[in-house]
Design a protein around this ligand. Structure first.
Ligand SMILES: C[S@@+](CC[C@H](N)C(=O)[O-])C[C@H]1O[C@@H](n2cnc3c(N)ncnc32)[C@H](O)[C@@H]1O
Length: 252
């Protein structure tokens, strides 16, 4: 099967999910709770928003407005449809853009949020971009994939070296946060249910649905089986790898 068709199937799975990475309402609330002194109706920038799983939660939990950015036009289109369906189009605005190169007003947001997206650019450039758009004293909350120890098994490291060669531990990421012009305020590891409820459970259901739809297409079934390996492998992988939420305040 050519790469374009595999990518299409990948999007058919992922864009139909409530979110495209681990996280849920409880973890968003926990991270928000660390952002003390946010103004009423804060201005929020959600980087790598996907179809907006956390963007809508943030609008609801803070009463604020969310500018939700993703590099993938189809994800932003789905987010905009969801915003209209929820009557939130005035408070959640989708924007197609690259975190590394955003044309937004500097120092104009009270809170920069990002779940599971910083690994694409790496932590230091993502921190730099976040800092640029935060008001002085503004808050940053992001989740990222980390190793649970500094010496993960070689086969685990080899898997992540392909897509995320600079992946570290929670401690090394926290040190980068502190070195990047932020005061770390707290961090926590996402619990298993934050992977299951809104991410892996809907993913398995969606894969089963597409397998029925493509029952006569053996190549499509092969791609779907390959995608299904991620949730299937989670119990073993999670012994070595976790998602950590980091919360920090712009330090000047
Ligand atoms: C793992 S998904 C997480 C999506 C969403 N935050 C969630 O948790 O449901 C990562 C998202 O980051 C987006 N992304 C990757 N690189 C990006 C970049 N340079 N600028 C903006 N978005 C990016 C991807 O398109 C994808 O939607």
């Amino acid at each position: 099967m050519d790469d374009a068709r595999s990518q299409e199937l990948f999007l058919e799975v992922f864009l139909a999910l409530p979110r495209q990475g681990p996280g849920n309402r409880a973890t968003a609330k926990q991270a928000l709770g660390l952002c003390t002194g946010l103004p009423n109706a804060p201005r929020i920038l959600d980087l790598g928003c996907g179809t907006g799983g956390q963007s809508f939660l943030l609008a609801e939990l803070t009463g604020g407005t969310v500018t939700a950015v993703d590099i993938l036009p189809a994800a932003v289109q789905r987010l905009s449809e969801r915003a209209a369906e929820a009557g939130l189009q005035d408070r959640v605005t989708g924007l197609v853009g690259d975190i590394a190169n955003l044309r937004l007003e500097p120092e104009s947001f009270d809170l920069v949020w990002s779940e599971g997206a910083f690994y694409n650019l790496g932590i230091p450039p993502s921190l730099q971009a976040s800092r640029r758009f935060l008001k002085p004293g503004g808050w940053l909350a992001f989740s990222d994939c980390v190793y649970r120890s500094s010496d993960p098994p070689a086969e685990v490291r080899a898997t992540f070296d392909v897509e995320y060669p600079t992946m570290g531990t929670a401690e090394t990421v926290n040190a980068l946060v502190a070195a990047g012009g932020f005061e770390p305020a707290g961090r926590f590891t996402l619990p298993d249910e934050a992977w299951e409820e809104d991410f892996y459970v809907p993913m398995r259901l969606r894969i089963d649905e597409l397998k029925r739809q493509y029952a006569a297409d053996s190549e499509a079934l092969g791609v779907l089986d390959a995608i299904a390996q991620e949730p299937a492998g989670y119990p073993e992988l999670s012994r070595h790898v976790a998602y950590e939420f980091f919360v920090a305040r712009r330090s000047d």
